[in-house]
Unconditional design. Structure first.
Length: 212
């Protein structure tokens, strides 16, 4: 196997701030296409694009609501196909950014899970009842707050190792793994050369929760 990524020069792009081609003040996929020759001249072998999927928050790179679509402000799926074609014509590889650890609480899976404890999607996330002191454990996130958020519809807390709206997936559930694998395969089948996985080290969680 050719382990090309071991020696490749990778050029990272955050599309939102890269280049705007339609005058709306937001970078887009067409802007990336317009700069491919420049990137190639710099000596890059691979372009790594931060997540380009739809989001409903300002942290648009990682607060994803649909992993099989393009954020409207970035363009259309046809633009992505054109980007792939133009990269190929220049000998550039293309990698997408991907989030496996958590999905936005506006994601359809979470919306059903929070409203229906009997839904299969309930076990797609990590829920626990509270204690007399409040949250299930005393864990604190990098944001300096509890990693647990109370959800009033069912009276339990869900786990979020990062921001409150980034609910962590339950990777102990094989259905979660299979569902995410299918999303990854969607892009690989389109022709991307790889997926850059964010926060891979945080997928698994301690199964024993120390009470406060």
């Amino acid at each position: 196997m050719n382990d090309w990524w071991k020696d490749a020069v990778v050029y990272q792009i955050y599309p939102r701030s890269f280049q705007d081609t339609n005058g709306d003040g937001i970078g887009d996929l067409r802007g990336i296409i317009a700069r491919l020759d420049y990137i190639k001249e710099l000596g890059a072998d691979v372009i790594w694009i931060c997540p380009i999927y739809p989001s409903q928050t300002s942290i648009t790179a990682y607060d994803v609501t649909d992993h099989q679509a393009i954020m409207e402000s970035y363009g259309r799926m046809e633009d992505f196909h054109d980007l792939l074609t133009e990269c190929r014509s220049r000998g550039l590889k293309l990698c997408d950014g991907f989030r496996l650890k958590s999905y936005l609480t506006e994601h359809p899976w979470f919306k059903e899970a929070e409203m229906n404890p009997d839904s299969k999607y309930r076990d797609y996330y990590i829920w626990r009842p509270g204690t007399a002191a409040g949250p299930p454990t005393d864990w604190v996130s990098d944001y300096g707050q509890s990693v647990w958020q109370y959800e009033e519809h069912t009276g339990e807390y869900y786990l979020h190792m990062n921001a409150v709206k980034q609910a962590d997936l339950n990777w102990e559930n094989p259905e979660v793994r299979q569902s995410v694998y299918e999303m990854m395969r969607f892009w690989l089948d389109k022709g991307v050369d790889g997926l850059r996985i964010d926060q891979l080290h945080l997928l698994s969680k301690k199964r024993i929760f120390a009470a406060i």
